[in-house]
Design a protein around this ligand. Structure first.
Ligand code: UDP
Ligand code: MG
Length: 309
């Protein structure tokens, strides 16, 4: 059967939200009157979500389970969804119902107008801590400024993409992924639809600060050389200071001034330079580590159970 809509929901320990997610997606998608499938990607859950997904798939053939061998991360789970999706339009949605399934119909209507990427822009956000709101806002704006692709601000992974776009994305095999950046990078006709991001249906966020930070680093290194340029910039700044300081110090010594004598001055200069060098080395390391990961060419994810059909 030809499928129009593939809805992808990555799931990591969301046992409490799965039944409600299924119910609401079904209600909305049945109302669309077109054939659809719900791809539930289990990203190595350990709370019984896996069994819940299997159970749903047994009851309803529109649910297609992709079960990972371990936790590979949200971005990789989305990628697996792209690989298994058969629809003409592919929608990525969070499993915790922060992205209301009802909005899918708004995205779909823009798609029908001829847009190939319809991304959902977070207008209001309910039930988030000020820390999350602040860091998220800073993150979107920083990424917008320093990366080479114009990734729309206040936009998460919730979006609809045409088959053409997904086929291009499937060829992009990079390991450290940032799907929303990738989908901006490919071009095509894109448009945003504003929606109100709800509070989590149940459970807690699966994005502790560490994961958010990794995501930000992936976004920046994946789409720009900005950190390397910063390292070069500081190299020039410290070299510049040295060049200016040398004649000043010589002059002061010759005129008998006591300034710049002593260990403290030397220590500060050495620490400053050492710091700049180590940070630059670390930045370089981030890129080299990524090169190494790419060179190994391991599979992006390992599937324990794939959908039957
Ligand atoms: N998620 C995942 N793997 C992970 C972390 C999260 O598949 O390693 C899923 C999670 O189950 C949810 C979505 O990614 O469906 C977004 O995660 P979450 O709601 O915790 O992030 P937040 O909305 O707090 O940024
Ligand atoms: Mg969430």
């Amino acid at each position: 059967m030809k499928i129009t809509y593939s809805i992808i929901a990555p799931i990591y320990n969301e046992i409490q939200t799965i039944p409600e997610l299924y119910r609401r997606v079904k209600e909305v998608m049945d109302a669309s009157g077109e054939p659809w499938e719900l791809i539930l990607v289990d990203d190595g859950s350990s709370d019984g979500s896996t069994e819940k997904i299997r159970e749903l798939a047994r009851q309803d053939k529109t649910v297609r389970p992709v079960i990972f061998a371990r936790n590979f991360g949200h971005q990789v789970a989305i990628t697996a969804g792209w690989d298994y999706a058969r629809g003409d339009a592919v929608i990525i949605i969070d499993a915790d119902l922060q992205d209301p399934p009802e909005v899918i119909l708004d995205l779909a209507s823009k798609w029908k107008e001829g847009y190939e990427v319809v991304y959902a822009v977070r207008g209001e956000r309910e039930g988030e801590s000020w820390f999350k709101l602040w860091t998220a806002s800073l993150f979107y704006r920083l990424i917008y400024r320093i990366t080479d692709v114009k990734i729309p601000v206040d936009t998460g992974d919730f979006r609809l993409m045409d088959r053409k776009v997904v086929d291009v994305l499937k060829k992009m095999k990079e390991r450290h992924r940032f799907p929303r950046g990738m989908s901006a990078w490919v071009g095509f006709k894109q448009i945003g639809v504003t929606y109100k991001r709800a509070a989590r249906h149940a459970g807690v966020t699966k994005y502790p600060f560490k994961k958010m930070f990794r995501l930000a680093v992936n976004a920046i290194t994946g789409f720009s050389y900005f950190p390397l340029q910063v390292a070069t910039f500081f190299g020039f700044v410290s070299a510049g200071i040295a060049i200016l300081a040398i004649p000043v110090v010589i002059y002061m010594r010759m005129t008998g001034s006591g300034a710049f004598f002593g260990q403290a001055t030397t220590l500060i200069a050495v620490l400053f330079l050492g710091g700049v060098q180590l940070i630059s080395l670390g930045i370089l390391g981030e890129y080299i580590g990524r090169l190494y990961d790419e060179a190994k060419g391991r599979p992006l994810y390992i599937v324990r159970e794939a959908p039957e059909d």
